[in-house]
Design a protein. Structure first.
Length: 357
């Protein structure tokens, strides 16, 4: 049986944080999480290393809220730059695909700077080059709602990209930044995948054929992204089951379906969560209802978010999450080569196509 240490493990969308630390716990019910709220302490780093994690695409910058998007995003980049400077023995800023392999060789955790909303671009495409110089490597076009680039998964009109959105995709291609279509509406995803000169990604999603919820992608979307050399990451989220109570078995089934649709060279993982598990689920549950209601009232929640469901898979979390997934994939009949691709090899190959070696 293989272990996590045998594989390059890349989380296409995740987090580095200790959600049990006092500061993080105090902000758990906030609608907007800032990088200043994160607690990256000894446990965070120890857990990340113990899990076998090689690299993770973290979310920074403006996603939603009342702050000025561009200025807030620059501030968030400064915060993460400072975090990396404080932990040079543990963390490595990933700018190229080669840095993913370097992180593993040096036993550090690669940190990929990514956005979950492109609002910070404003009306100035020149900002994309600024973000690239500052080390941003992934830009998700929309969050759940519509923005000035296109419609998100919860926008009822499903209008696709705007004219400015099409220009932004071209500029992101020029800058060799990943165009991430997670959270996008169906037409936005299909149009962006078709017009992009470089392969695009859906870094954290599920398969709508298995759970018909807006945050999951149709087979048409998955197939198109893969056919053009892109990448699809399956998340560990409640949207994998229409009951809202997703389990590890659901994660496996969505990976299997994605592989069947996309081919084994285009599927990976994007958990949408941290390695360090929440210790006190009862206390966390007390804040969850407030958090879900705030998101609903602000118009940024997604169908499937409920106060009685966790935003993670209960039996696939903590430092053993990757080892457990490997074990389940082996049980499902996947061999070491295919598992290696899913756990990180496919993302690394995709990153090389976009960022270069």
């Amino acid at each position: 049986m293989s272990t996590a240490a045998d594989y390059l493990i890349i989380n296409a969308l995740g987090a580095l944080d200790n959600p049990n630390a006092a500061h993080s716990a105090a902000t758990a019910g906030k609608l907007v999480q800032n990088s200043d709220d994160l607690v990256i302490d000894a446990r965070t780093l120890a857990d990340a290393h113990a899990s076998g994690l090689t690299a993770v695409n973290i979310t920074l910058g403006y996603t939603l809220g009342d702050m000025a998007p561009f200025e807030h995003t620059l501030r968030e980049i400064e915060v993460w730059d400072a975090i990396l400077r404080r932990h040079p023995a543990d963390l490595l800023h990933v700018r190229t695909a080669g840095d993913l392999h370097r992180a593993r060789a040096e036993r550090r955790i690669g940190v990929i700077y990514g956005f979950q909303n492109a609002v910070a671009i404003g009306d100035d495409l020149g900002r994309i080059d600024t973000f690239e110089r500052l080390g941003v490597r992934v830009v998700q076009l929309t969050y759940n709602q519509a923005n000035h680039l296109g419609d998100g998964s919860m926008a009822p009109e499903n209008r696709g990209l705007t004219p400015f959105g099409r220009q932004a995709v071209e500029a992101l291609n020029d800058a060799r930044i990943m165009v991430d279509l997670s959270h996008s509406g169906e037409r936005t995803c299909l149009e962006a995948a078709r017009i992009s000169r470089r392969p695009v990604s859906i870094n954290h999603t599920g398969c709508r054929a298995l759970a018909d919820l807006p945050r999951n992608k149709t087979d048409e979307e998955l197939r198109l992204v893969a056919s053009r050399g892109g990448f699809v990451g399956i998340y560990f989220m409640p949207f994998l089951n229409t009951s809202g109570h997703a389990r590890a078995a659901d994660v496996v089934e969505h990976i299997v379906h994605a592989v069947n649709v996309c081919g084994e060279d285009h599927v990976g993982i994007g958990t949408d969560g941290p390695v360090t598990a929440i210790d006190d689920l009862d206390a966390y549950r007390a804040t969850l209802a407030e958090h879900v209601e705030h998101r609903r009232a602000a118009g940024v929640g997604a169908a499937g978010e409920r106060s009685d469901t966790y935003p993670f898979v209960v039996d696939l979390r903590g430092v053993d999450q990757f080892r457990e997934l490997i074990r389940l994939l082996e049980r499902r009949g996947f061999g070491p080569e295919r598992i290696a691709k899913i756990m990180g090899g496919n993302f690394a190959a995709y990153a090389e196509r976009i960022w270069g070696a």
